[in-house]
Design a protein around this ligand. Sequence first.
Ligand SMILES: Cc1cc2nc3c(=O)[nH]c(=O)nc-3n(C[C@H](O)[C@H](O)[C@H](O)COP(=O)(O)O)c2cc1C
Length: 184
Amino acid sequence: MRQPTDRTVMHSYPGMVAIVTTHYKEQDNVMAAGWHSYISFDPPIYGVAIGHERHTYNIVKQAGTFAINFLPMEKAEFIQQSGVYTGKNTDKFSLCEMGFDRGITTDAPILHDAYVAYECHTIDVNKYGDHDWFVGEMKKFYRDPDLFQSDGLPDDEKLTIPLYLGRSVYTTTGERKEFRIDQD
Ligand SMILES: Cc1cc2nc3c(=O)[nH]c(=O)nc-3n(C[C@H](O)[C@H](O)[C@H](O)COP(=O)(O)O)c2cc1C
């Protein structure tokens, strides 16, 4: 039976993990972020929560730009690696053999294996407890059209979207249900 508790109940997952990439002064970095969101559709604005002790935190703060990448299930191990190793002492791109191109409006890396990616220019940073939310205007979008159906939904036959479950475990989407609700 459900019980009240004063201890935090963190129920953020299962969920998609954004791979945040950054570049500042010859240095590139990459990290996994489960806490991220579209904030506005028009104009397009995206936000991501970055802990103060992350190497990414310092780089994003100085760069003023970042990129958000989404990887398929085949690259789930890299998602986990980018969320465990730190760029303070590791070049995660070389170690994990992840290639990238530079962005068009930013030098932040756009991962070769990303099926969707966004280039973001920071417009706001707010501190909430042990994380800052970096909010960026989305200046460029990438998407692999071959992996999506004509209605815009992901094509399950071609794209398996990894969902982080917690405790280093990844799952994926399952049964689909459709609800068409008529409104007056
Ligand atoms: C699945 C997953 C989700 C994570 N989500 C976040 C997050 O939303 N924000 C954050 O600051 N760190 C998050 N982390 C932790 C960072 O990715 C991790 O501390 C990483 O090593 C930081 O790398 P850096 O020091 O190179 O920036 C997550 C880790 C994993 C594995």
